[in-house]
Design a protein around this ligand. Structure first.
Ligand code: PYC
Length: 332
């Protein structure tokens, strides 16, 4: 009989969960976080499944494990764990991880108020503000983001033929804007969007392929970003982001916001410096901005920033016991 204990700190970023594994994570080999992610997926994916899926987690669960940085000029390496796998990059995960790490003293920043994070998708710079011990806001400057493909034709059950754009913001997103066969997120339930998303993602991945021009370990369409009418007149846009097999992001999704800003930029709808206030399915907001214009694999892209907040809500000593028939987690 073996029992493994993980010390976790739980938070939510604008409503979406972030569980940071502060103790019990495995040592990983690799020259950078992308290689460490591959090592984790080969040998330790059971930890992700145990901590993210029921009965210790749930359909939306998401989190991270912290590692010493490869380059000592940086502050920390971050491995993202989620029901969907180990994402190359996660925006709400970054905001929650930074909030937990600073408030709980898990990282000592080299420069107060700033952090350099090594993620599997690349370097992510962060600035944060504090009031006393509390982190009030976190702004991440994300990896280069770009519109990969425009107007792809895909088939969705019930809705029929849809035109989607595919954009990269740390993960590949199919963006479904309102059109003849899709009225916008406000017209449907989360349950409907989840059921359609699974099939739409499969249909797109069966007919098209996507690979990051500089990192072949980042490939395939993982997320569907449905768009629609905003709840608040102050917001620029609203989304419902599907991830994993059963989740709609409760936050406005950091990598999704980056991907959508890259889409708007490519279509001339958003310029460098303009605020992009993105609303989630529950109405929580991130503020995005184009910080810089760049070229990625011959395509015009952007360096986006995304700003939001997180609240820490608990400590969680989680045991995974070999005798537990559900040690590896499950999903219904
Ligand atoms: O915030 O980037 C994000 C994210 C990805 C999946 C869920 N949230």
């Amino acid at each position: 009989m073996a029992k493994k204990t993980f010390f976790c700190v739980d938070a939510h970023t604008c409503g979406n969960p972030v569980r940071v594994v502060a103790g019990g994570g495995p040592n990983l080999e690799g020259a950078n976080m992308s290689e460490k992610r591959q090592h984790f997926l080969r040998e330790y994916d059971w930890i992700r499944k145990s901590l993210m899926f029921e009965p210790r987690g749930h359909d939306m669960m998401s989190g991270s494990i912290l590692y010493p940085p490869t380059d000592t000029n940086n502050d920390v390496g971050v491995l993202f764990i989620e029901t969907s796998g180990c994402l190359p990059m996660c925006g709400h995960g970054t905001i929650g991880t930074v909030t937990i790490a600073i408030e709980e003293g898990l990282i000592t920043p080299k420069v107060p108020g700033q952090l350099c994070l090594e993620t599997p998708a690349g370097l992510v710079k962060v600035s944060y503000t504090q009031e006393g011990e509390k982190v009030k806001s976190v702004k991440l400057t994300n990896v280069a983001s770009f519109l990969e493909a425009e107007g792809l034709v895909a088939i969705c059950p019930d809705l029929g033929e849809l035109k989607v754009d595919v954009s990269y913001g740390g993960n590949f997103y199919a963006i479904v804007d309102p059109q003849e066969n899709f009225k916008g997120v406000q017209a449907y339930s989360a349950e409907q969007l989840i059921q359609w998303s699974r099939k739409l993602r499969k249909n797109i991945n069966n007919n098209y392929s996507f690979e990051h021009p500089d990192n072949p370990t980042i490939s395939g369409l993982s997320h569907i970003l449905w768009t629609g009418e905003t709840l608040s007149p102050d917001s620029t846009a609203r989304n419902a982001v599907f991830y994993g097999d059963k989740a709609i992001d409760r936050s406005p999704c950091g990598t999704g916001t980056s991907a959508r800003m890259a889409q708007w930029y490519a279509k001339g709808l958003l310029k460098k410096g303009q605020p992009f206030i993105h609303e989630s399915i529950i109405g929580s907001k991130f503020t995005g901005r184009i910080e810089n214009e760049v070229e990625v694999g011959g395509k015009k892209g952007i360096i986006p920033s995304v700003e939001g907040w997180a609240m820490v809500y608990g400590y969680n000593n989680i045991m995974v016991d070999d005798d537990d028939p559900y040690a590896g987690g499950f999903q219904v």
